[in-house]
Design a protein around this ligand. Structure first.
Ligand SMILES: [Zn+2]
Ligand SMILES: [Zn+2]
Length: 240
């Protein structure tokens, strides 16, 4: 599986019951907003200038919720690409010329609702097809989209049905986040939604259902977002 060198950050999903330009009922019943945030930090060995600081990035990307499920699948593939650290890279910004900046990789987002292609907005009839082939090119396929949910087959099936038919999406609030932190045995930590409640193995804080935990299944190690260093840079708050 191909993974990239994007610095750690999180992506959060929301659903809005308003059509994007170019999509209307009955073929669409709203749109998804994916808020992506990569915090500023220090470049690691796999980055262009290790040891130097880089500037983070925060953006909102918009995807139509089409009743055939095509928009939802693309949105989920983008979340999966984020989990694989493929959405961004560190380098010189093409727009500002600023160096050591988190910039887009090969996947193009709609960062505006209006204005069409010149403003990176809608309407843009070919967008879903284009981003779908961009996702193909980095190896995030249609079949991969349910993987990060860590669900049973049965739960996945239910969710798939909801994605294609429901007026709104059961995935709202879903967070995919990455962290540089490792477990005591140096395994990578993956973000998961807390289902039953647990306490952070580092600071002891209680994490209720719906909170994000960063864990290693093998070592039964879980820490909170704050201990994982994953914060909402805009609000200065823990991601939950
Ligand atoms: Zn903690
Ligand atoms: Zn471990």
């Amino acid at each position: 599986m191909r993974t990239g060198d994007a610095p750690a950050g999180y992506a959060r999903l929301d659903f809005i019951e308003e059509h994007l330009p170019g999509y209307s009922s009955p073929s669409s019943n709203g749109h998804f907003v994916v808020e992506v945030c990569v915090q500023s930090g220090v470049q690691r060995a796999n980055h262009p200038t290790p040891g130097h600081r880089y500037h983070g990035k925060m953006l909102k990307a918009y995807f139509p919720h089409t009743t055939d499920g095509a928009g939802a699948r693309v949105m989920l593939r983008v979340l999966e690409a984020h989990r694989r650290r493929l959405l961004f890279t560190i380098g010189q910004s093409a727009t500002s010329g600023r160096d050591n900046t988190v910039k887009f990789g090969s996947i193009h987002f709609k960062t505006a609702i209006h204005g069409g292609p010149p403003k990176h907005g809608y309407p843009d009839p070919g967008y879903l097809e284009r981003i779908s082939s961009e996702l193909d090119d980095v190896g995030v396929m249609d079949n991969d989209v349910m993987g990060f949910l860590n669900e049973s087959d049965e739960e996945q099936k239910v969710r798939e049905v909801k994605l294609t038919t429901a007026a709104s999406c059961a995935l709202v609030g879903l967070v995919t986040a990455t962290t540089e932190r490792l477990c005591p045995a140096s395994h990578a930590l993956t973000a998961q939604c807390v289902v039953w409640g647990l306490s952070c193995d580092e600071c002891g804080k209680q994490l209720g259902p719906g909170k994000t935990r960063f864990g290693c299944v093998e070592c039964d190690f879980d820490i909170c977002a704050q201990c994982a260093g994953v914060l909402n840079v805009r609000l200065g708050e823990e991601v939950d």
